[in-house]
Write a protein that binds this ligand. Structure first.
Ligand code: CTP
Length: 132
């Protein structure tokens, strides 16, 4: 039986930490679905406009080899609906969210993956802004 994996993120200023989490998520099943945060959701979640628009971020993630399907995540409150809608067997999140999604263990497996060290969109933006 085919196993569907779902994961979520902003994936702004796409970097190798994003690639690694997507590759590792894909390796946990046969089909990978990625929810990419809407611009408005990112604004609420991180308090800043993303550098790349949701259409651009979606296009980048959709073009990755391990990704089978993408959609726009409109609200953090809709995770359970998205899991059902895409018939996901596994929810993968980075361990910055450790424990925060355990409530979904009644509908799917929940796996937290270790973040790639020393890289983040926030750090990249700061580094580029500082010109260093
Ligand atoms: N991620 C990761 N390793 C990193 C950075 C991100 O595994 N070094 C994972 C996150 O855990 C998440 C996904 O990539 O599952 C999308 O994360 P996102 O929040 O979009 O990226 P960040 O670089 O963490 O962004 P920010 O600095 O804005 O919080």
């Amino acid at each position: 039986m085919s196993r569907t994996v779902i994961t979520f993120g902003t994936f702004d200023v796409f970097h190798v930490g994003h690639l690694r989490v997507i590759e590792r998520a894909a390796a946990l099943g046969d089909r990978l679905v990625v929810g990419v945060s809407a611009d408005a959701l990112n604004m609420r979640k991180k308090g800043r406009e993303p550098v790349f628009s949701q259409a651009e971020r979606l296009a980048i993630v959709a073009a990755l080899k391990p990704v089978d399907e993408v959609f726009t995540e409109e609200s953090l409150e809709l995770k359970r609906d998205y899991i059902r809608q895409y018939d996901a067997d596994v929810l993968v999140m980075g361990d910055d969210w450790q424990g925060r999604f355990d409530e979904f263990r009644d509908v799917c497996e929940v796996v937290y993956l270790t973040r790639t060290p020393a890289i983040s969109t926030t750090a990249l933006i700061e580094k580029i802004s500082a010109g260093s």
